[in-house]
Design a protein around this ligand. Structure first.
Ligand SMILES: Nc1ncnc2c1ncn2[C@@H]1O[C@H](COP(=O)(O)OP(=O)(O)OP(=O)(O)O)[C@@H](O)[C@H]1O
Ligand SMILES: [Mg+2]
Length: 373
């Protein structure tokens, strides 16, 4: 059932089956020019959601024909709907139901029989919050695309500068005294550093924009494959990899390879000073997710600054000790966000570091065209 008001008004999906409650809610919302669609069954609610996304859902938790908590959980688990605020309507003001509603992701609740001004105030507040969140997301998207454009436009002139320096060195090296030669070498190194940063930034922006594929990934195989690739570039080092059996996950293959590559490059880089570098990859699981851990025995870091690790250009080691642009972990975090996962790190100076990432067991990637925030 649909009650249409003016077109530009926020739309509310009311999931309720008691006629007098429907009437009461509709009366309040209609008076305030909200558009309302009503579902009195689980299947109707999901059908209406798939046809058109409302700005807010009012959900009766206790209905004889369906469990409102389960519906709340289903909606919040679906990435396409998870940002729609849910206010649950409950006749019971017992702590347990209210806590359960919040745990399942609902934003607020109203107790029936409800006070109309309270219902209206809560609806308006959550719609406003949603609109503000959306404009923040939009601003973020603009920033991502600005970042991509800058990085993209800087890359070509930087590559030309680098080529010109190469010609300069090839044609005039003998005409420069030793100080001149040293300066040219430094310029060459610095220009390569900037090009590496730009390339990393472009990769980072790609992670925000790139449409996603959903495939089964053999994570254990992927870790081994990427490790073999990277360890070949390490020269005469002694590295021991302890790769425990890992489960398969569902995700984007290109992004997952990039994630694993960044994690292992760090583990290899920051163990460089160790006589024998040791890297252990393992996992644990809970009902809904896996947590993977990549532990190394490297130089570690100071946990007081751990909040900075995942920021773009943030580094806890100097360029003289370990080269890098400080974008790798920001890329990892972006990739995990897009897979509804999370990343964090634990470390101690001189005692190694562990990179953790959680990953949902269900196929829960952001919709292919969705961009993460
Ligand atoms: N395994 C690790 N052990 C110790 N410190 C680490 C480890 N991994 C990351 N870090 C710290 O976190 C910082 C950020 O890591 P990130 O991968 O983003 O950048 P990076 O390695 O410096 O450069 P790049 O962009 O080339 O990866 C690093 O500069 C380093 O200080
Ligand atoms: Mg790195």
């Amino acid at each position: 059932m649909e009650i249409i008001q003016k077109n530009n008004q926020p739309e509310i999906l009311l999931v309720e089956d008691t006629p007098e409650h429907i009437e009461a809610v509709v009366a309040v919302l209609q008076k305030n020019n909200f558009r309302i669609r009503i579902a009195n069954k689980w299947s109707t609610a999901l059908k209406l959601l798939s046809q058109h996304q409302p700005d807010l859902i009012l959900l009766d938790i206790f209905m004889p024909e369906m469990d409102g908590f389960e519906l709340c959980k289903t909606i919040k688990r679906n990435r396409a709907y998870s940002s729609i605020p849910i206010i649950f309507l409950t006749a019971r003001d017992d702590e347990d139901s209210i806590r359960k509603g919040f745990e399942l992701g609902a934003q607020d609740y109203v107790i029936k029989p409800f006070n109309t001004s309270e219902l209206l105030a809560r609806v308006k507040t959550h719609i406003k919050l949603k609109q503000q969140t959306e404009s923040l997301k939009e601003a973020n998207r603009e920033l991502d695309s600005f970042c991509y454009t800058i990085a993209h436009d800087l890359k070509a002139p930087l590559l030309s500068i680098n080529k010109l320096i190469e010609y300069l060195v090839a044609d005039y090296r003998n005409e420069l005294d030793s100080e001149g030669q040293e300066l040219v070498t430094i310029i060459q190194e610095k220009s390569l550093e900037v090009i590496a940063i730009i390339e990393h930034l472009l990769e980072f922006s790609k992670m925000c924009e790139m449409p996603m594929q959903n495939e089964v990934i053999q994570l254990e195989h992927l870790f081994l494959d990427v490790y073999n690739e990277l360890v070949q570039l390490q020269g005469e080092r002694q590295v021991e990899l302890n790769l425990k059996p890992l489960p398969n996950v569902t995700g984007d293959p290109v992004m997952m390879r990039m994630l694993v590559s960044n994690i292992l490059s760090n583990a290899l880089k920051y163990t460089r000073t160790r006589e024998i570098a040791m890297i252990e990859v393992s996992f644990s699981e809970s009902e809904n997710e896996y947590t993977f851990a990549v532990k190394d025995n490297g130089v570690g870091f100071d946990m007081r600054y751990s909040a900075r690790l995942f920021g773009v250009f943030q580094r806890l080691h100097s360029q003289n000790e370990f080269e890098g642009s400080g974008v790798g972990l920001a890329i990892c975090q972006k990739i995990l966000k897009r897979h509804n996962g999370q990343a964090w790190m634990i470390g101690e100076i001189d005692k190694g570091a562990t990179f953790y990432f959680s990953f949902p067991k269900q196929a829960a990637c952001a919709a292919a065209t969705l961009r993460s925030t």
